[in-house]
Every structure is written in structure tokens, then in C-alpha cells.
Write a protein that binds this ligand. Structure first.
Ligand SMILES: *Cc1c(COP(=O)(O)O)cnc(C)c1O
Length: 435
């Protein structure tokens, strides 16, 4: 069957469509692997829901203090089952991923303690949480110091310097799984396990926490399966399945999660309060859909990598390497490419498709940034989205897509935009089309 007519009605040329189909032919076995992993994770989530006897009443919410909110408490038990942890905190009161990470750090560190990042610079927003960049309320202001050991040139762990950096003050180690907006490789869960083992060998009582953003359900195991004491993430990324309208989670050791709860609400109150309002049904249903939604996003990332790699653009990860998160970087080397790509993604959106994104001076960034997002949930990056700073190497970061079909269309639309702007010629793709 050939769906070209409907693609054409949405502005895709014959050549771009055929090129996409040619790329897809080579991806069949990769996609089968992804589907198989999604099947495993789908059943893992289902089993967690059944084991915890999720019932219809769990989908309702509470108001006010939220005492005895069985839906909230059961959902937290479900998360703990999925991640194989003792406990979990999953709340709409956790406003975003940065908040979840800050909460995990601030609640488990005390004045005089030291935080270590053994994988280089953390995600941008954490610089202010930690106090790498001066900021009000940072860990640094509370007398918590910070050490960082960068990855080696080839992306491997600098074990010698990690060992040297661990001292009597080291209380917590933060390992970021995803590369975020850096060029280092994303860490596989297996590699994270090796790092945790190394660290625990030197100091058994240190808390190993993993920033799990964009990594959930990409593999069959999670960092909590290989020794992490806490895994932390955002519900408007993978585990919210596109349905959660807000929220974050912390899953881990009982004591770590309790500390976080006392910090989120209040000492003495902890997990007992925090009304779930009306969000529980979307939290449950989103988690239920998360494995297949993540699989669709992953296929989109792999499709984009192959589509642009064959045209000679730099792509990270490349078209064939194994994946540990859903982010795809494409390097254009010039601003026009980044802008055209993002405008194509925007034009593919279900919401706000008719607006044209432009680079702007976003607070907190040292260069202009362009963002494409036509999402049902504002800022959601499990939905089809892309952004790129307007500075060398002029790379665009692409992620998400609630369905594989939509991700595919978005990527074709980005390529169409790149061609329409004259950045590459139709003749460049014609040579790859096998009719
Ligand atoms: C998205 C992300 C964060 C921060 O999450 P926000 O919801 O944007 O605050 C932190 N770390 C990593 C690796 C991320 O991808």
C-alpha cells in the first residue's frame, strides 16, 4: 500500500516521500527489536498495575490535604514495582524534571556534605540548583559542596580521578543517563551499573542517584535494576506517556524517598499529604502507554538519524548505534539549517502548526534558541519537538512523537522544509531513491 496521496496533501513531495520509504526498508529489523522491547515493557507496567490491584477508585482524586488518597498511594506503589524499588514519590506537585532532581538532591544532602558528578557537567538547569552558577537557594548556599569528574576524551569513565574525588564528605553521586544537550554519548544502563559498582566499592554508603530523563523504557532494565539508590525524572517526558499534564517522580530506597517527601511537603507530613486533584487517571493511563509511546519516539529518532546521515549531515547517535535515550542530534553547520528543520517540525504539529518559530533570546542561554513545539501539553518533549541554539556547531536536537506515524511525518516535513529553503537539492536525495 502506498500512502503518498495523504502525505502529498500535507505538503510532502514525491521525492521526499520515496526517499523516506527507501530509508525505512533498511530499518525493519531495528524496528522489530524496538517492538519486542516495547512488548516486554508494556507487560512489565501491566504486571505492576495488576500486582498492586489498581482499581477504578484509584482513578479518582482527592482535594484539600489529600489524606488517604488511595489512587496516589497505589500509583506510587506501581512506580516502585516498575522500577523495582522500595518506594516512590510521584506527584503533580513536582512541577518539572529540574524540580524532581532538585528535590532529590536537597532532601538527601545536608550542610557539609559533598555532591559528585562523575560524568561531567550536568544538565544546564542543574547548574543553578547546585550553585555551579551562582543562584539563590542553591545547594552551595546551604554549605553543600560539589565536585565534578569529566568523561575521558573517548567517552569512557575517568575511574582514576573518580576514585580520587571520593572523600569523607562525599554523600551523593549524581549520574546523568542522557547526554541532554551535550555531545557526549548517552550512558547505557549496563555502563551506569558498572560505574555504581565501582563507586560503591570505594564508599558503600554513598547514595547513587540517576537523572533518568528521556531514558525510561528505552531499555528493558532501568538504573534502579543495577544498583541506583534513586532514579528521578519528569512525567512530561517518557513515563507520562504524553498524557500526564504535569509531574515528576523519584523512585528508590525508602529512606531516600521519605527524605524527598518531607522536603516536598513538610517535615512530619511527608507522603501523607498532597491532593492528587484530577490528574490520576492521566498518570495511570500515561504510564500504561509509556512503553509504546517511547518506542514510537525511538523509531522516529532512528529514522531521523538515517535520513540525515545518508545526506552527509553529522548525526548523534549515528544511524546504526544502539540507543539509550530518545534524543537525536543533527548537525547542519549553519543557522539556516537549524531554522528550516525546526520550522518543518512545527508545521507537522497537531497544535499551532500554522505558526512559524523564529530564534529568540531565551533567558538562561548564551545564544539565541529556536524551538518547535506544537504540543497538547505545553513544553512536553515526549511529543514531537525540536530545538537548537543558534551557535556552532549549529546542531538541532529532536525528540518525541506520540506515535511513530506522527514522528515519521514530522521528520519528512523537516526534510521538506530543508529542501524548500534551498539548503539541499532534490537531486541530492534522488540518487538514493530506488524505484
Ligand atoms: C529535561 C531534562 C532535565 C530537566 O527537566 P525539565 O522538566 O526541563 O525541568 C534534566 N535532566 C535531563 C537529562 C533532561 O533531559
Amino acid at each position: 500500500m502506498n500512502n503518498y496521496r495523504i502525505f502529498h496533501a500535507l505538503g510532502i513531495s514525491r521525492e521526499v516521500y520515496e526517499y523516506g520509504e527507501a530509508i525505512l526498508k533498511d530499518l525493519k529489523s531495528r524496528f522489530e527489536e524496538i517492538d519486542e522491547r516495547a512488548e516486554y515493557n508494556q507487560l512489565k507496567v501491566l504486571k505492576a498495575m495488576q500486582d498492586n490491584q489498581v482499581n477504578e477508585a484509584c482513578l479518582l482524586g482527592t482535594t484539600g490535604y489529600g489524606y488517604n488518597d488511595i489512587g496516589r498511594d497505589t500509583l506510587e506503589a506501581v512506580y516502585a514495582s516498575v522500577f523495582h524499588t522500595e518506594d516512590a514519590l510521584v506527584r503533580p506537585q513536582i512541577t518539572c524534571g529540574t524540580h524532581a532532581l532538585a528535590l532529590a538532591l536537597m532532601s538527601n544532602l545536608r550542610p557539609g556534605d559533598e555532591l559528585l558528578s562523575p560524568v561531567g557537567k550536568p544538565y544546564d538547569t542543574l547548574e543553578e540548583v547546585i550553585g555551579i552558577r551562582n543562584s539563590k537557594g542553591s545547594l552551595r548556599e546551604y554549605g553543600i559542596s560539589y565536585k565534578q569528574v569529566d568523561l575521558l576524551e573517548d567517552g569512557s569513565f575517568d575511574f582514576d580521578n573518580i576514585a580520587k574525588a571520593i572523600n569523607e564528605k562525599t554523600r551523593l553521586v549524581n549520574i546523568q543517563r542522557s547526554k541532554g544537550y551535550q555531545t557526549r554519548p548517552t550512558l547505557s544502563v549496563t555502563r551506569i551499573g558498572e560505574l555504581i559498582k565501582f563507586i560503591k566499592n570505594i564508599k558503600p554508603d554513598v547514595i547513587c542517584m540517576v537523572d533518568n530523563c528521556y531514558g525510561e523504557f528505552v531499555e528493558e532494565i532501568e538504573p534502579s535494576d543495577v544498583g541506583a539508590d534513586m532514579v528521578v525524572g519528569s512525567l512530561i517526558k517518557n513515563p507520562g506517556g504524553g498524557l500526564a499534564p504535569i509531574g515528576g517522580y523519584i523512585a528508590g530506597k525508602k529512606e531516600c524517598v521519605e527524605n524527598a517527601a518531607y522536603r516536598l511537603t513538610s517535615p512530619g507530613l511527608g507522603k501523607e499529604v498532597g491532593a492528587s486533584l484530577g490528574v490520576l487517571s492521566s498518570f495511570y493511563q500515561g504510564l500504561f502507554l509509556a512503553p509504546t509511546v517511547t518506542a514510537g519516539a525511538l523509531k522516529g529518532a532512528i529514522f531521523a538519524a538515517n535520513l540525515y546521515e545518508r545526506l552527509g549531515f553529522g548525526v548523534v547517535p549515528n544511524g546504526t548505534e544502539s540507543r539509550h535515550d530518545i534524543i537525536q542530534a543533527v548537525t547542519f553547520g549553519h543557522a539556516e539549517g537549524v531554522i528550516a528543520f525546526c520550522q518543518g517540525i512545527q508545521a507537522a504539529a497537531p497544535i499551532d502548526s500554522y505558526v512559524t518559530p523564529e530564534p529568540w533570546d531565551m533567558p538562561g542561554y548564551d545564544a539565541q534558541v529556536i524551538m518547535a513545539a506544537g504540543a497538547f501539553v505545553s513544553g512536553s518533549s515526549i511529543e514531537l519537538s525540536a530545538d537548537g541554539p543558534i551557535k556552532p556547531p549549529f546542531a538541532v536536537y529532536f525528540q518525541g512523537g506520540l506515535t511513530w506515524q506522527h514522528a515519521k511525518f514530522g521528520i519528512l516535513k523537516s526534510l521538506q522544509s530543508v529542501i524548500d529553503k534551498g539548503i539541499i537539492a532534490i537531486s541530492d536525495i534522488n540518487e538514493f531513491i530506488t524505484k
